[in-house]
Ligand binder design. Structure first.
Ligand SMILES: NC(=O)c1ccc[n+]([C@@H]2O[C@H](COP(=O)([O-])OP(=O)(O)OC[C@H]3O[C@@H](n4cnc5c(N)ncnc54)[C@H](O)[C@@H]3O)[C@@H](O)[C@H]2O)c1
Length: 381
């Protein structure tokens, strides 16, 4: 019997954006084997895609419910141990809940659910299970993000006084001005995406990232969202003021209509001693900036980095680490957890991060709808 973890995948078919990232990430450290799944909502496409990537047809299922039923009927040492949920947002909650109730570990794409209420139900379901649950805020797996987190914790920047996070994309620009294209984009459909497009899709990455890197929790937000058209139901751009405390403040700028931008995600933390800056499109450079000092650039794989950062690097310095490696590190952490091995709690985002993300989405929309007012972000609603 193989010692690899048996992974099932739901969603992430041949036409999808995110499927390839998960499949490569899962294979990266030789920890998982893909046992089967339901890759596509269309069964013929599902079957032919599975064949194309070399999977045997016997565990390629008609639909999700059949997968759960048939896998559950297999002996424990054969059945899938963990399922990755890579479908559009509205399916994350019912699928994750059913998987947890049936004893599977779950790796779930973000946003974890479409409502805060669902997120809390999922938390209760998880508590009743013995499962491992990860939410793939992909970018937290980068070695230089892990390093940034550890340097902030070690006091390198001093007391944080300003946080600036930006996530700008432009891919919705050619879609949003065309009603037909809009109607064919699930991220703009409230039934499939939830109550937000931009804040839910990229804003949550930015929100999760600053809480990850700083170890702080956002206490209050004030959001100004843009929908561009009266008949466009979901935000496609949003600027959010952040208050962590009276003297720790920041801004989260997110957009999917920043024309020409690709995946411009930047994180800047400024303290009273120094600043740290990182850009997703050049993820191998972490900039340390200080008054009166030349800028310093830290790079992956060097011995001056933290254990957590080095654990996310496979090659000697000078070999770039990219988005696949970042997701690979998250899968590696989840594998350690499933195998009951020692792991650092920052190796993968958990249900707590998923819940905070949903709280952020709902509160950002609430703040905007109520006339751009300050709203508290607390987990006791
Ligand atoms: N972590 C990240 O950085 C990141 C990046 C992109 C997307 N995502 C998230 O990943 C999810 C998927 O996004 P995407 O861009 O890949 O979407 P997509 O539309 O490109 O692909 C969705 C896939 O799910 C399949 N699918 C739909 N319904 C299904 C069902 N009932 N059963 C099985 N398969 C089904 C579709 O056939 C398709 O293959 C979203 O929740 C999105 O927010 C995360």
């Amino acid at each position: 019997m193989s010692a690899k973890i048996r992974l099932g995948i739901v969603g992430g078919g041949g036409d999808s954006l995110i499927g390839i990232l998960h499949r490569v990430a899962a294979s990266m450290f030789d920890q998982y084997e893909i046992a089967g799944g339901v890759f596509d909502v269309d069964y013929d496409r599902n079957k032919s895609f599975a064949e194309e990537i070399g999977l045997k047809p016997d565990r390629i299922y008609n639909d999700f419910d059949t997968l759960v039923k048939e896998e559950k009927a297999l002996p424990e040492n054969e059945r899938m141990q963990v399922i990755s949920i890579l479908t559009p947002n509205f399916l994350h909650f019912p699928m994750a809940k059913k998987l947890l109730e049936n004893g599977f570990h779950v790796i779930c794409e973000k946003p974890m659910t479409t409502t805060y209420k669902e997120a809390k139900i999922l938390e209760d379901t998880l508590k009743k299970s013995k499962a491992i649950f990860a939410v793939t805020y992909t970018y937290t797996g980068y070695p230089m993000i892990r390093q940034m987190k550890e340097m902030v914790a070690d006091g390198v920047v001093g007391n944080i006084q300003k946080i600036d996070v930006q996530y700008y994309q432009g891919w919705l620009n050619p879609i949003v001005h065309d009603e037909e294209k809009r109607a064919n984009t699930w991220r703009l459909d409230p039934e499939k995406a939830g109550i937000s497009c931009c804040i839910g899709d990229v804003g949550t990455h930015a929100f999760g990232m600053i809480e990850y890197v700083t170890g702080l929790e956002v206490a209050e937000i004030l959001a100004d969202l843009n929908y561009l058209y009266k008949n466009n139901e979901l935000d496609i751009d949003g600027t959010v003021l952040l208050r962590f405390s009276e003297y720790v403040k920041g801004v989260l700028r997110s957009s999917q209509i920043a024309t020409g931008e690709e995946n411009n995600f930047t994180v800047s933390i400024y303290g009273d001693k120094a600043g740290l800056k990182w850009e997703q499109e050049n993820p191998n450079y972490l900039y340390l900036i200080q008054d009166g000092e030349p800028i310093r650039v830290l790079k992956p794989g060097n011995t001056y980095l933290s254990e957590l950062s080095l654990d996310g690097t496979k090659m000697p310095p000078g070999h770039p680490e990219g988005i696949f490696d970042s997701m690979g590190n998250i899968y590696k952490g989840v594998a350690k957890a499933i195998k009951n091995e020692r792991y650092h709690p920052s190796e993968f985002p958990t249900i707590k991060d998923g819940i905070r993300g949903l709280m952020f989405i709902e509160k950002a929309v609430e703040s905007h709808r109520n006339g751009n007012v300050w709203v508290k972000i607390t987990d006791n609603q």
